[in-house]
Write a protein that binds this ligand. Structure first.
Ligand SMILES: C[S@@+](CC[C@H](N)C(=O)[O-])C[C@H]1O[C@@H](n2cnc3c(N)ncnc32)[C@H](O)[C@@H]1O
Length: 275
């Protein structure tokens, strides 16, 4: 399953680094909470605040089994399990994310609710009509074949299930090339950022009915304001820089630059598999 995308994300020492950061923050695996870990586990624009704002659209509850497509270390999956009581399966290509995520799930005593799998989102191991809901946060920027991706998600959802996509999509300037590296790609070879209209076309071709599509400038603006406010302060040990690696600063700066130039915008699309 190794390839240029998982190589971009892979951090073989991620768990050791998380353990060191916990110690520096005065926490241990016994005392840590999902909130403590949120700054390193919500690898998308807006971080935990975006998750809190977007998840209500899925109408999750404790009877449901949900799928987190491209779950990373599983921060959103664990948030959903804790907040809504649902069971969640997460799939992700990157081995060190899944391994770290499994350990963190056991620290938070969520192993009966959250199961993480090292699998491609394009070929998941689940039977048809397994899940009551699904989400995908900041993943398809790495996947060129969005039509096959959405067909796979459609296959594993039950009729009536909702699917929430929250990705970085092209902004009002859809032509100018992006500046790299960005958090999801070191260069253009693994970056497939597309306008919301292309997503909608592929989702509809897979069979989904679109309920709402919305660029989330509000989430992005607050995210960059908070980033700026942190810039002059002492560095927190619990930071996404752990996950983004050596070029974290450059990736974050280019994310902001591309956003401010109107080349990208985080966009949420809520859709549903018809009954
Ligand atoms: C920017 S991270 C987002 C992680 C998580 N969704 C979050 O919001 O915290 C993108 C993730 O997508 C995963 N990914 C990219 N392409 C994938 C694919 N074809 N199948 C499964 N996971 C994929 C990467 O391994 C990475 O963990």
């Amino acid at each position: 399953m190794r390839g240029p995308v998982s190589d971009h994300y892979n951090r073989p020492d991620l768990l050791a680094q998380v353990e060191r950061a916990l110690g520096a923050a005065g926490k241990s695996p016994e005392t840590v909470t999902s909130e403590d870990l949120a700054p390193i586990e919500e690898f998308h624009m807006g971080a935990r605040a975006a998750t809190i704002a977007l998840m209500p659209g899925l109408k999750l509850d404790e009877t449901m089994r949900a799928l987190d497509v491209g779950c990373g270390t599983g921060g959103v999956a664990r948030y959903a399990a804790e907040r809504y009581g649902c069971k969640v399966d997460g799939v992700d290509l990157t081995g060190s994310f899944i391994e770290a995520g499994k350990t963190i799930t056991s620290w938070l005593k969520l192993t009966s609710k959250v199961t993480l799998h090292r699998e491609s989102a394009l070929h998941t191991p689940f039977k048809d009509e397994t899940f009551d809901a699904a989400w995908m946060f900041h993943v398809a920027m790495n996947i060129e074949d969005k039509r096959s991706l959405f067909a796979e998600v459609f296959r594993v959802l039950k009729p009536g299930a909702r699917f929430l996509v929250y990705d970085v999509m092209r902004g009002e300037d859809a032509e100018t090339p992006l500046t790299f590296p960005v958090p999801w790609a070191s260069d253009a070879s693994t970056s497939f950022v597309r306008p919301a209209e292309r997503y909608e076309e592929h989702l509809e071709a897979a069979g989904f009915a679109i309920e709402k599509a919305q660029p989330r400038h509000d989430i992005a603006d607050r995210f960059f304001e908070a980033m700026e406010a942190r810039a002059g302060q002492p560095k927190s040990p619990m930071s996404l820089a752990l996950v983004m690696g050596e070029t974290a600063k450059e990736k974050a700066a280019n994310l902001k630059k591309n956003y401010q130039a109107g080349l990208i915008v985080p966009t949420a699309i809520l859709c549903r598999k018809p009954e």
